[in-house]
Design a protein around this ligand. Structure first.
Ligand code: DOR
Length: 429
């Protein structure tokens, strides 16, 4: 059946387009884009007053399968993605068991095909069991469809191992995504090390732990020629080093989360476990530097690091709570509220960090709303005002530091392969 998306404002960073038009979808593919299209048999989706973008992509989420379905499942996580306007997400391998072999990638892909409401790419681990010792079966995983490799959640501590992992990943033209925090410097740390951690009496995770890790990775990227991607960047030195590495022509890229762009360690003063995350929310000087990195293009992608945990796990003493919180259902609203509506970032640049850039980094054919491409689209109501209600999340994870926050801008509909999977906040399929 044909679907006609009528009179939306198409913003397509891949082509630079920004114009009001009709988009005709036939089956799973975009058939025609024109100022007006006459298609009497098509179902019409009125996009008047809405922005239409290529389907948003989040290249860093934790869907927790296999093994941790009490935290999240492919189904619940992709419902949350659809509500947030994402048509495609990439899931991290710190699962139980770890996604470190061909058979696990194949099994997960089977589950995704059956249960995924949006597209899910699989990121394989760099090391077996995330132990940082023996290389995982990257070749087999790449052949089975893994799009990138990472030991996310853990820093690859051994320089020798990381060098080999980079060399191996580049044989398959895949990026290595590194969670950069030197483990010896963060041991026992609960939050960013600084004035607030001192006042709260909590052990800190210093910024220099990230700086050292990023410096090492950039040097190894230079030595090996491999492509390294810095996960959830959060310190001023890390941003400065990535900026310099790019200027030098190295294959170094970076991503940032809304939480590291918007929040600081001040939020932890009430010992609210919803603010506990790794790398930690840092002080204002770091937040500002990270923001500058996004605005000047040093940072390539905005990601959520959607990290659901069961409610009872987070509902405990701060030092015992696991790190991480959900983000798929708040990311777009936060970025529109804090970056677009404040005039800090124009819409096309913002959308680029959530479409073309992550698609290129994952080496997937996505992020371009053009004729002949898969009909993955996000319809956005830029001015819709709403209040974050974590209890209403489709995600099984209900912990969010943004709970109760008033936001402006939200996904109005999500279309995956020509199917409307979310409309007005409701999951349809
Ligand atoms: O806080 C975090 N939680 N940071 C990570 O990198 C991993 C994540 C998780 O898997 O829960």
């Amino acid at each position: 059946m044909a679907l006609l998306v009528k009179q939306g404002r198409l913003i397509n960073p891949a082509t630079g387009e920004d114009r009001v038009c009709d988009i005709l979808i036939e089956g799973e593919v975009i058939k025609e884009i024109a100022p007006t299209i006459d298609a009497p048999d098509a179902v019409v989706l009125d996009a008047g007053g809405l922005v239409v973008t290529p389907g948003l992509i989040d290249m860093h989420v934790h869907l927790r399968q296999p093994g941790q379905s009490a935290k999240e499942t492919i189904r619940s996580g992709t419902m949350a993605a659809a509500v947030g306007g994402f048509t495609r997400v990439a899931t991290m391998p710190n699962t139980k068991p770890v996604i470190d072999s061909t058979i696990i990638v194949e099994g997960l892909k089977y589950k995704i095909a059956k249960e995924g409401l949006v597209k899910v790419d699989v990121i394989g681990s760099l090391s077996k069991g995330l132990e940082g010792k023996e290389l995982a079966a990257m070749g087999g995983m790449a052949a089975a469809g893994a799009v990138a490799f990472s030991d996310d959640g853990r820093y690859v501590q051994s320089c020798d191992f990381m060098r080999k992992a980079m060399e191996y990943a580049s044989m398959f033209d895949k990026i290595v995504i590194d969670h950069c925090e030197d483990e010896t410097l963060i041991a026992g740390g609960q939050m960013h090390e600084g004035t607030v951690s001192n006042e709260l009496g909590l052990k800190g995770r210093p910024a220099v732990a990230e700086d050292i890790a990023v410096a090492r990775d950039i040097l190894l990227a230079e030595a090996t020629g491999a492509a390294v991607h810095i996960a959830h960047i959060s310190t001023k030195n890390a941003v400065a080093m990535v900026r310099r590495a790019k200027a030098k022509g190295l294959k170094v890229t970076a991503e940032v989360t809304p939480q590291h762009l918007i929040l600081t360690d001040e939020g932890l003063r009430t010992y609210n476990t919803s603010f506990k995350v790794n790398p930690p929310l840092r002080s204002e000087d770091h937040r500002r530097a990270v923001e500058e990195g996004l605005l000047d293009g040093t940072i390539d992608a905005v990601v959520t690091d959607h990290a659901p945990h069961a409610e009872e796990e987070k509902d405990c003493e701060f030092s015992l709570a696991p790190s991480g919180f959900v983000g798929l259902e708040t990311s777009l609203g936060l970025m529109l509220t804090y970056f677009y509506h404040t005039g800090k970032l124009d819409l096309i640049s913002l959308i680029r960090t959530m479409t073309v850039h992550p698609a290129a980094l994952l080496r997937v054919d996505a992020g371009n709303a053009a004729v002949g491409k898969a009909a993955d689209l996000t319809l956005i109501d830029l001015d819709r005002e709403w209040v974050v209600d974590a209890t209403a999340f489709y995600s099984q994870g209900k912990s969010s530091p943004f709970d109760g926050m008033k936001l402006r801008g939200r996904a109005a509909a999500t279309i995956v392969d020509g199917m409307v999977v979310m409309k007005d906040g409701e999951v349809l399929a």
